[in-house]
Design a protein around this ligand. Structure first.
Ligand code: NAD
Ligand code: IPM
Ligand code: MN
Length: 371
C-alpha cells in the first residue's frame, strides 16, 4: 500500500457538480475512484454534491447561485464537475453561467489539458506509439474570445450584424505564459526525451495583429525569464498539423482560450478520444475546478455507455492538486492497466458500460494498480 501522504492534514473538501447528460454518469465513477484512492493514501476527503444543471435551471430558474463562487472559494479546496449542455436549453445559458461563470469568477486562468496517450492501442496515428504522445495544452481560461463582450445590431433584419469581441490583457497573457513555463519545468516528459522543456506558443499574429501581436511579444518576454526552457512559436493552424504529424516534438503548448479549446479536442483524439481526456482549471493557491474535456454527449446520455476514464483521470489530476501524488499515479496506472486488458467502454473497442468500466478501475486500484 502507498505510504500515507497527507494523514496529518484536516479533511479536504471537494464539491461535486455532475451537471447534464453523461456528466452525472461519469462523475459517479470518478467520485467512487476518488474516494477509494484517497482512502488508500490516507487523504481525508469530504465530498458534497450540488445540483446545478439544466434540470435544476428548468425546474427553478436558477443557474448558479449568486454566492456560489464565494462559497466554493471559502468552503472547498476544489470542484469536480461533469459536463454542462442540454438540448432543452438551446442558448446554453446555464452552462455559460455555471462553467464559464466559475472559470471567470474563481479566476481560474490556466486550463491545463494533458495530452497523454496511455497505450499504443489508443494512438490513432500510424507508426506513432503512446510514448510519443505526452504533452500539455495550457489554455488561457478567463478572457480571449470567451470574454462575453459583443452584441447584435439590427437583429432579425437582412442587415443583422453580430459583434463578438476577443480581449487579451497583458496581465492575462503574462500570467498564462509564466504558468506554462513553470509547468514545463516540472514535467517528466522532456527529461525522458533528453531535452530541455519546450514551450511552444500557438497564436495567429499573422492575421490578428493586435491580440496575436500582444501574445507573441509577451511570450518572448516571459521566455527570457526561463532560460532553462526552450521557447518556440508556431501559428495555431500549423500547430494543429504538428500535433498530428509530430506530437513527440511537443512538451507544452501555450495558447489563448479559443485556440486552446480547439487544440485540446485534437489532443483528446490523440489519447483515444474525448472519453479519455482530463482537465484542470487552475489558479495556483486557490480553489480550482476539475472536469473532463468532453461535453454532455446527448447522443449517449442515459444509456450507461459513456466512457468514465476521462472523468476518472480528472480525479487523478485532482488528487495531485490535493497533495496526494502517489494516489494520483495509482489511479492513472489503474486506468492504463484497464486499457491494456481491453476492459473499456465501446468507444475504445471494449464492451463494458460506464459502471463496469468504473468497477474495473476500482478492482485494479485495489490490486495495487498492477497489470
Ligand atoms: P461532446 O464532447 O459532448 O460529444 C462529442 C462526441 O464525443 C460525441 O459523439 C460523443 O458521444 C463523444 N463523447 C463525448 N464524451 C464521451 C465519453 N465520455 N465517452 C464516449 N464518447 C464520448 O461534445 P458536443 O456534442 O459538441 O457537445 C454536447 C453538449 O456538451 C453541448 O451542449 C456542448 O456545449 C456541451 N459541452 C460541454 C462541455 C463541458 O461541460 N465541459 C464540453 C464540451 C461540450
Ligand atoms: C470545454 C467546452 C466549453 C468551452 C464549452 C462548453 C463552453 O467546450 O470545456 O472545452 O468551450 O470551454
Ligand atoms: Mn471544448
Amino acid at each position: 500500500m502507498a505510504a500515507p501522504e497527507a494523514r496529518a492534514r484536516a479533511a479536504r473538501r471537494v464539491a461535486l457538480v455532475p451537471g447534464d447528460g453523461i456528466g452525472p454518469e461519469v462523475l459517479a465513477e470518478a467520485g467512487r475512484v476518488l474516494a477509494a484512492a484517497s482512502g488508500r493514501s490516507g487523504l481525508a476527503l469530504e465530498l458534497e454534491s450540488f445540483p446545478w444543471s439544466a434540470d435544476h435551471f428548468l425546474a427553478t430558474g436558477e443557474t448558479l447561485p449568486e454566492d456560489a463562487p464565494e462559497r466554493l472559494a471559502r468552503e472547498f479546496d476544489a470542484v469536480l464537475a461533469g459536463a454542462f449542455g442540454d438540448p432543452r436549453v438551446p442558448d446554453n445559458r446555464h452552462a455559460e453561467e455555471i462553467l464559464l461563470g466559475l472559470r471567470r469568477r474563481l479566476d481560474l486562468y490556466a486550463n491545463v489539458r494533458p495530452v497523454r496517450c496511455l497505450d499504443d492501442r489508443l494512438s490513432p496515428l500510424k507508426g506513432v506509439g503512446a510514448a510519443e504522445i505526452d504533452f500539455v495544452v495550457v489554455r488561457e481560461n478567463t478572457e480571449g474570445a470567451y470574454c462575453g463582450i459583443g452584441g447584435l445590431l439590427r437583429p432579425g433584419t437582412p442587415e443583422e450584424t453580430a459583434i463578438e469581441e476577443d480581449v487579451s490583457t497583458r496581465r492575462g497573457v503574462e500570467r498564462l505564459c509564466r504558468f506554462a513555463f513553470e509547468l514545463a519545468g516540472t514535467l517528466e516528459g522532456p527529461r525522458r526525451r533528453g531535452r530541455r522543456p519546450r514551450v511552444v506558443l500557438a497564436d495567429k499574429h499573422n492575421a490578428q495583429r493586435f491580440g496575436g501581436g500582444l501574445w507573441h511579444r509577451v511570450f518572448l518576454e516571459v521566455a527570457k525569464e526561463h532560460p532553462a526552457c526552450e521557447a518556440g512559436h508556431q501559428f495555431a493552424d500549423a500547430l494543429a498539423h504538428r500535433m498530428v504529424l509530430d506530437p513527440g516534438s511537443l512538451d507544452v503548448v501555450a495558447t489563448n482560450n479559443l485556440f486552446g479549446d480547439l487544440l485540446s479536442d485534437v489532443g483528446a483524439a490523440l489519447q483515444g478520444g474525448l472519453g479519455m481526456a482530463p482537465s484542470a482549471n487552475l489558479h495556483p493557491g486557490r480553489t480550482s475546478l476539475f472536469e473532463p474535456v468532453h461535453g454532455s454527449a446527448p447522443d449517449l446520455a442515459g444509456q450507461g455507455v459513456a466512457n468514465p476514464f476521462g472523468a476518472i483521470l480528472t480525479s487523478a489530476l485532482l488528487l495531485r492538486f490535493l497533495g496526494a501524488p502517489e494516489a494520483s499515479r495509482a489511479v492513472t496506472e489503474a486506468v492504463a492497466s484497464c486499457v491494456r486488458a481491453g476492459e473499456t467502454t465501446r468507444d475504445l473497442g471494449g464492451s463494458l458500460g460506464t459502471r463496469g468500466a468504473g468497477d474495473a478501475v476500482l478492482a485494479r486500484l485495489e490490486a495495487g494498480g498492477g497489470a
